[in-house]
Design a binder for this molecule. Sequence first.
Ligand SMILES: NC(=O)c1ccc[n+]([C@@H]2O[C@H](COP(=O)([O-])OP(=O)(O)OC[C@H]3O[C@@H](n4cnc5c(N)ncnc54)[C@H](OP(=O)(O)O)[C@@H]3O)[C@@H](O)[C@H]2O)c1
Length: 308
Amino acid sequence: MQGESLMTFQHENANERHASQAGTLNLGDLTINRLGFGAMRLSTNGISGQPRDPEVGRAVLRRAVELGVNHIDTAAFYQSRDGSVRANTLIREALSPYPPDLVIATKVGPVFGAGGPAQGTAADLRALVEDNLKTLGLERLDLVYLRIGMMEPPHGESLAERFEVLASLREEGLIRHLGLSNVDTTHLAEARAIAPVVAVQNHFHIARRDDVAVLDVCAENGIAFVPFFPLGGGRSDLNDPRLARVAARHGASVSQIALAWLLALSPVTLAIPGTASLVHLEENIAAGSITLTPEDLADLGITGGELR
Ligand SMILES: NC(=O)c1ccc[n+]([C@@H]2O[C@H](COP(=O)([O-])OP(=O)(O)OC[C@H]3O[C@@H](n4cnc5c(N)ncnc54)[C@H](OP(=O)(O)O)[C@@H]3O)[C@@H](O)[C@H]2O)c1
């Protein structure tokens, strides 16, 4: 155990760092706090790399739930390069038997072979869903995103065949709700003609807000919009004087303001900051109690444009 990494963030008022402070949102019939947790960073600080301490990862997960997190975002492919630490295994070990209100969202699509990540086909999906069921120790997955493309949404590519497979696994009872990740508005419309979509998870944060069209469709249809890399994937993008100015006004960190901004953007946004640090976890949860003023929002620009 890394003693220092397990030190907790000291805060004057415990209520100010409870995930429920961010309000709630419905994913189909499931109600969750809008401030959740992204599990990708538990196994390694990226998609694939050196393993992180599994004991710290389990401690972070338990603390997240203590702090009111009832939405954890994961994937079976969130693992260290050597495969020794897997996010799903840590979640099962730390939290199973699961609290009844805990919603675990996962994603399928990519396959990882010797040549690195590639897009899986429709034929791969059942096995990928079953891998999540097994590693999480569940009989049904609350929310499964179909994750397509590589870094950018694959414009013009049909997802129908793959989404139909997930829709049939939902009919079979292996999945409760479906989502999409890394998609454009055409993909979203194509999928919604096949089965209900409760959430979209796309690359979006305060310094990368060019996906407003998808957010708008989500807001109009009560679909959750779940930005991935809500902290810019590691903060280099958050190095901005406007953010620093608003953070100073609130006595907060720029990470906290970036999360508060996402939550203020629309009632359908969910925040899933990722960390393997108890200090960062507590700091991120405390962001749910920050109310940005009209002056803050004007400074930050609530929609559109680059942060500059
Ligand atoms: N659908 C997709 O394609 C996709 C892609 C990427 C991610 N995701 C999901 O989105 C979640 C969030 O994205 P992410 O974890 O990649 O990126 P992120 O939340 O934007 O940033 C995480 C990074 O910021 C650091 N960090 C976290 N809190 C901090 C704080 N308060 N102060 C300073 N640094 C802080 C983390 O390091 P420490 O661990 O050291 O704190 C980590 O390096 C993931 O966990 C995953 O569930 C989905």
